[in-house]
Design a protein around this ligand. Structure first.
Ligand code: HEC
Ligand code: HEC
Ligand code: HEC
Ligand code: HEC
Ligand code: HEC
Ligand code: HEC
Length: 189
């Protein structure tokens, strides 16, 4: 039996196919399902994931270029392989492939500590780059805005009312270095 999360146990056959087929074919290659090669095994029970991986911005799992097992260890241990999605863990799951987002940076963005999934939905999103929100709401999860007077919108102690009309926080020539910066404490460049 293998852990199915939250204490549930799932038999080998629900992912690897019937053992009787394996035995009948004399244990030959191809007589056992290898779930790494297709997500269909996982969709049997996790039907909602097919929809998430069909969204406009997603990891190429349905295209067969990636597997659920690239991020999940199906047999044991943490749900997310290699123990995390934050910048801190050297072997963290996302940084295996996305090395450039890991720094080290001269000016770290503390948002990193909370992990990549505070801003990205790794299964897919309607927004470009799998972002959880396509506008400043992504950043306002943590950086609160305050209206102190009519037409004045403070973020981080500075009036941002004229900036917010120019684009997103990271595309308007302001905080492009959302993952961390080598040159600016305010995450420019
Ligand atoms: C939740 C689905 C799931 C269950 C349940 C499951 N497996 Fe697997 N198994 C996988 C996936 C996915 C892989 C491919 C992992 C990879 O390539 O990283 C795999 C790979 C394997 C491999 C090949 C390992 C290797 O490193 O090449 C063996 C052997 C195996 N499983 C045996 C079992 C046995 C025995 C059970 C029951 C005790 C079991 N599995 C239950 C999903 C599952
Ligand atoms: C026979 C049904 C079944 C199959 C097949 C199956 N799962 Fe699950 N899985 C479950 C159940 C039940 C849970 C626990 C309830 C939940 O969180 O949805 C679970 C939970 C999970 C979780 C969350 C674990 C946690 O700690 O919260 C992940 C990740 C997961 N499965 C990945 C996979 C992957 C990847 C595959 C394909 C290799 C797979 N599952 C195949 C039934 C299944
Ligand atoms: C790019 C990495 C990545 C891939 C590929 C991936 N996952 Fe996940 N998955 C995650 C992360 C990270 C979480 C935890 C999300 C969080 O904490 O917000 C997660 C959470 C889950 C969960 C539990 C929470 C939930 O959303 O229900 C399940 C079940 C799951 N994944 C199944 C799958 C299946 C099935 C596949 C393949 C079809 C898959 N995942 C492919 C990274 C991935
Ligand atoms: C096994 C390698 C692998 C892992 C692990 C992985 N990714 Fe990816 N990621 C890819 C590939 C491949 C693409 C698609 C690149 C493309 O389409 O050009 C991608 C694309 C992306 C993109 C969109 C890039 C763009 O330009 O649109 C984001 C954001 C992303 N991944 C975040 C994550 C996060 C967050 C995690 C961890 C939960 C993660 N990735 C784990 C391989 C991986
Ligand atoms: C504070 C929010 C936030 C966090 C946390 C975050 N990202 Fe991003 N990420 C973004 C934004 C915003 C973009 C889009 C940048 C753009 O379009 O110029 C992006 C883009 C990306 C891209 C596409 C390539 C690029 O630079 O345009 C990848 C890959 C990526 N992120 C991976 C990760 C990984 C891996 C982590 C965790 C180590 C992570 N991100 C954490 C906000 C974040
Ligand atoms: C998970 C929470 C979180 C998210 C989401 C987040 N940040 Fe941050 N950010 C922080 C923390 C904590 C700090 C350090 C303390 C501070 O300066 O408020 C910080 C610092 C900053 C700074 C440096 C401020 C200075 O001192 O000069 C900028 C700029 C910034 N963030 C921009 C962004 C942008 C742009 C986004 C959206 C793409 C974003 N943040 C999303 C938590 C977050």
């Amino acid at each position: 039996m293998a852990p199915g999360g939250n204490g549930t146990e799932i038999g080998c056959e629900s992912c690897h196919g019937a053992g009787s087929v394996h035995v009948k074919k004399g244990g030959g290659a191809g007589s056992i399902v290898n779930p790494r090669t297709s997500p269909e095994t996982c969709f049997k029970c996790h039907q909602d994931k097919r929809g998430e991986f069909s969204l406009p911005s997603t990891h190429p799992v349905l295209a067969g270029k990636m597997s659920c097992a690239d991020c999940h260890s199906p047999h044991a241990g943490d749900m997310v392989a290699e123990g995390g999605t934050n910048f801190g863990g050297i072997n963290s799951t996302c940084l295996k492939c996305h090395t450039s987002q890991g720094g080290p940076y001269v000016f770290e963005h503390e948002a990193a500590r909370e992990g990549c999934v505070t801003c990205h939905s790794p299964h897919g999103s309607v927004n470009a780059k799998m972002l959880k929100a396509r506008n400043q709401n992504l950043c306002l999860q943590c950086h609160f805005q305050q209206q102190t007077a009519p037409g004045v919108i403070l973020i981080g102690g500075r009036d941002h009312s004229s900036f917010l009309t120019r684009g997103t926080c990271w595309s308007a020539g302001c905080h492009e270095a959302v993952h961390g910066s080598h040159v600016s404490s305010s995450l420019r460049f």
